[in-house]
Design a protein around this ligand. Structure first.
Ligand SMILES: C[S@@+](CC[C@H](N)C(=O)[O-])C[C@H]1O[C@@H](n2cnc3c(N)ncnc32)[C@H](O)[C@@H]1O
Length: 278
């Protein structure tokens, strides 16, 4: 699948009609797609630039763009709830997912975060994705393959329990660990051994009790920096003439992010000083 340039066979194309309804097709030479306004010939799209309007047999007009990663994530089949793009963006930047990084994630779920990690680390890095459920791993694999057009060779998607992963399974300690699972605090003893000194661990948890458990769990390991916790609120705005205001609806809560860095072995971090109460 190409990511830019004129449309080619194999591209996943999003057609948007005048009512902003989306239809997704995969281009094939000689292929057709039937809308309620008649046939669209794939050959009318192949070779055209993105942002072209294609007209169906009965005069329907459709704007053509390739799927962005965000379109794919929000429309793909899911086994488990995905990490939303606003949070995946935070993980990539705050978690410092660099080109060439070796990253461990659990669980793979529907593969949404795997995709973002794979694209960020690129072929010189490696993503190890562990997933305990056989049915979920199928969603993750299919979704990633559909996005990249093939299974990236810098990805190891493994059916297994995070609690049983050893440094040898990963070819040594990793640079970054991202946990999106119900009880990450139960795996901190384990993952501490898998993360390189200076490495970043981030967890994604939906509820306050989970947040408390994971932050206390990180502190109890005594080998991480003081954890930072936050959530990201994304509010879209309507901008039409004088109607310039926040949208009425938003996804107000997805999950909390927790961030910490691994200390060198044997290091005890200075305790953060708090002001004495008067
Ligand atoms: C919310 S989903 C992850 C979604 C994923 N981050 C995404 O963006 O598509 C959580 C996943 O963790 C998996 N899981 C739970 N415990 C696990 C464990 N001990 N080892 C590996 N995977 C686990 C679950 O089966 C589930 O698929």
């Amino acid at each position: 699948m190409a990511y830019s340039g004129p449309f080619q066979p194999g591209d996943r194309v999003q057609l948007t009609d005048a009512k902003r309804r989306h239809h997704t097709i995969v281009l094939a030479a000689g292929g057709s797609y039937f809308t309620h306004k008649g046939e669209i010939k794939h050959d009318d799209i192949i070779g055209a630039h993105e942002g072209t309007v294609v007209t169906s047999a009965q005069g329907g007009q459709y704007l053509c763009f390739r799927h962005l990663m965000v379109d794919h994530v929000l429309s793909m089949p899911r086994g488990a709830a995905v990490i939303y793009p606003k949070d995946a963006g935070q993980i990539l930047i705050e978690g410092d997912i660099f080109q060439g990084a070796r990253v461990l994630e659990a669980g793979a779920g529907s593969g949404a975060l795997s995709m973002a990690l794979l694209r960020a680390v690129g072929p010189t890095g490696h993503v190890y994705s562990y997933e305990i459920r056989d049915d979920h791993i199928g969603f993750a694999r299919d979704n990633v393959v559909e996005y990249f057009g093939e299974e990236p060779n810098w990805w190891s998607l493994r059916l297994g329990d995070l609690g049983e992963v050893t440094p040898e399974d990963l070819g040594g300690p990793v640079d970054r660990i991202i946990l999106d699972m119900v009880d990450p605090w139960n795996y901190l003893d384990q993952v501490t051994k898998l993360l390189i000194p200076g490495g970043v661990i981030m967890t994604y948890v939906a509820t306050v009790p989970q947040l408390m458990n994971v932050v206390e769990g990180l502190r109890a390991q005594r080998c991480f920096t003081e954890p930072r916790s936050w959530e990201t609120l994304l509010r879209e705005w309507k901008v039409e003439g004088l109607a310039v205001r926040p949208e009425h609806r938003m996804n107000a809560h997805t999950a909390f992010l927790v961030f910490a860095r691994r200390l060198a072995d044997g290091t005890v971090a200075p305790r953060p000083q708090r002001r004495a109460r008067k």
